[in-house]
Design a protein around this ligand. Structure first.
Ligand SMILES: [Fe+2]
Length: 482
């Protein structure tokens, strides 16, 4: 028995079995011990201990928020105008059981939709299927296909096996060509177009075309002078959750932290997942948790939401730490978990906000993209985000990321988004990529031991804010200060 539990027993206290379990695993400070010893009841429950541990970590059950008396928010004058464009990962759609047929149908759907994008593109050469290549008499052609195998030959050229609806082809890309350089980014399952000609059963390709998004599109603007704040990876319940900094963000929304002009324009807050730290997400997570009950973690979030002015629409999508299935697409966080009056989104979601098309995705697949493509790093998440757009798919590497093989692949990017909002890597990052603005909204969790071990340097407490009338993006830091 641990000495602190022994000390409680010596004072005539008895622990319920789950309280005992908690006390055995947790570090209990002398002050918590003293207060447990002074409690009226001889029986100590798990909740008793948790309550004191939460107090110890100074996590507010009721967020302490400052409000500026004279604050006249401009955004209050407008009514919200948004529409969720597609719902796909909802719990109601459970027809798919994850058997082979489901996966075949899922991948066929993914292929067809991305191939359609490529077939719409202007091409110098006729687009033919792999089965029709032999009829081309060696003339130049374009094939649109999915990469199934990839290897380097003895001569140093790239040999691919690709397939389309009608068959397969062996594609060779010669070392030193521009196509070869482009092929360095090719991943298995990528759907791309190859231009080249057939020569002795091999399709010698000299260029690769990605489905990508259109080059020049005007950034959408609104008449109304309002603003959208982007958040992600709050991790309520973690010992590293930056409670004071988050409270400062909420106070800022209430006009009490300076820069009131911008604060007063905030009409929407979008949260791209990892609202809470969750439980059992990785081995020994218990040690990192200030609150070990997932319901209570959401209660803390709900309490913090109380401080957000009610003319602001808050939208929340889940991430890999939230209380929904891990496999994507993820359904909305259920009301019995997160009780606050927010707009619940699936992960991923497409939302039209004031006419601006938002693609909101937690970004779990960024891990596999960063490790799968050389030159990418956690310090520039926006570049990894661009790789997803290039492929018109949010989770191109199958296997690293759990998926639900629904007949309609929800991770395909059908429509070109104006704003792409992700999180997950805890590092703010921005980029104008072709016609889209990419935003990675960082985190409100301080650097974790895992991040120290892996050399990741997060950027906590920094909130990107977009003014929709001018298209100006600002970063507001809530780190430091009073
Ligand atoms: Fe995450």
């Amino acid at each position: 028995m641990k000495s602190d539990i022994e000390a409680l027993y010596a004072k005539g206290k008895r622990l319920t079995p789950d309280a005992y379990e908690l006390a055995e695993g947790a570090e209990i400070s002398p002050s918590v011990l003293e207060r447990l010893g002074q409690s009226e009841s001889p029986i100590i429950s798990r909740e008793d201990i948790e309550r004191l541990l939460v107090a110890e970590e100074k996590i507010p059950v009721q967020a302490v928020v400052a409000r500026a008396e004279a604050f006249k928010p401009a955004a209050k004058e407008y009514s919200p105008n948004f529409r969720i464009l597609q719902r796909s990962g909802g719990a109601g759609r459970s027809a798919c059981k994850g058997n082979i047929e489901d996966f075949v149908a899922h991948f066929r759907n993914r292929f067809e939709r991305i191939a359609d994008v490529l077939k719409m593109r202007a091409s110098e050469h006729p687009i033919v299927s792999t089965a029709k290549l032999k009829d081309m008499d060696g003339a130049k052609a374009r094939i649109v296909a999915m990469v199934r195998e990839k290897r380097i030959t003895k001569k140093g050229n790239l040999l691919l096996v690709v397939e389309d609806e009608e068959g397969e082809a062996k594609v060779v890309i010669t070392r030193g060509t521009e196509g070869f350089r482009a092929s360095q980014r090719l991943l298995l399952d990528d759907v791309v177009a190859f231009d080249g000609r057939l020569s002795q059963e091999l399709f010698i390709a000299d260029s690769i075309t990605w489905p990508d998004i259109a080059l020049a599109r005007q950034q959408k603007r609104t008449e109304e002078d309002i603003a959208i704040a982007y958040l992600s990876d709050l991790h309520f319940g973690s010992k590293k959750f930056l409670e004071r900094e988050f409270s400062r963000f909420v106070s800022w929304l209430n006009g009490a932290e300076g820069n009131e002009g911008l604060a007063s324009k905030i009409k929407y807050i979008i949260i791209a997942g990892d609202v809470v730290d969750g439980i059992g997400i990785y081995p020994e997570q218990e040690k990192e948790l200030a609150v070990k009950d997932i319901y209570k973690q959401y209660e803390l979030f709900d309490a913090a939401m109380e401080g957000i002015p009610d003319y602001i629409t808050v939208m929340v999508a889940p991430g890999n730490h939230d209380a929904v299935r891990r496999a994507e697409p993820q359904p909305c966080i259920p009301e019995e978990m997160m009780k606050s009056r927010v707009v619940r989104l699936e992960n991923p979601s497409s939302v039209l906000i004031e006419g601006i098309r938002h693609l909101v995705y937690h970004g779990t697949s960024l891990d596999s993209i960063i490790s799968g493509i050389s030159g990418l790093s956690y310090s520039k998440p926006e570049e990894a985000m661009a790789e997803l757009l290039k492929r018109r798919h949010l989770s191109p590497i199958y296997g690293n990321n759990l998926i639900v093989p629904q007949p309609l692949d929800a991770m395909v990017i059908d429509e070109e988004p104006d704003i792409v909002h992700m999180g997950h890597v805890h590092k703010n990052g921005y980029m104008h990529y072709r016609g889209s603005l990419l935003v990675n909204s960082g985190t409100f969790q301080d650097r974790t031991d895992f991040q120290i071990k892996n050399g990741h340097v997060p950027t906590p407490g920094v909130v990107p804010v977009l003014e929709t009338k001018t298209g100006r993006l600002s970063q507001i830091s809530f780190i430091g200060g009073e």
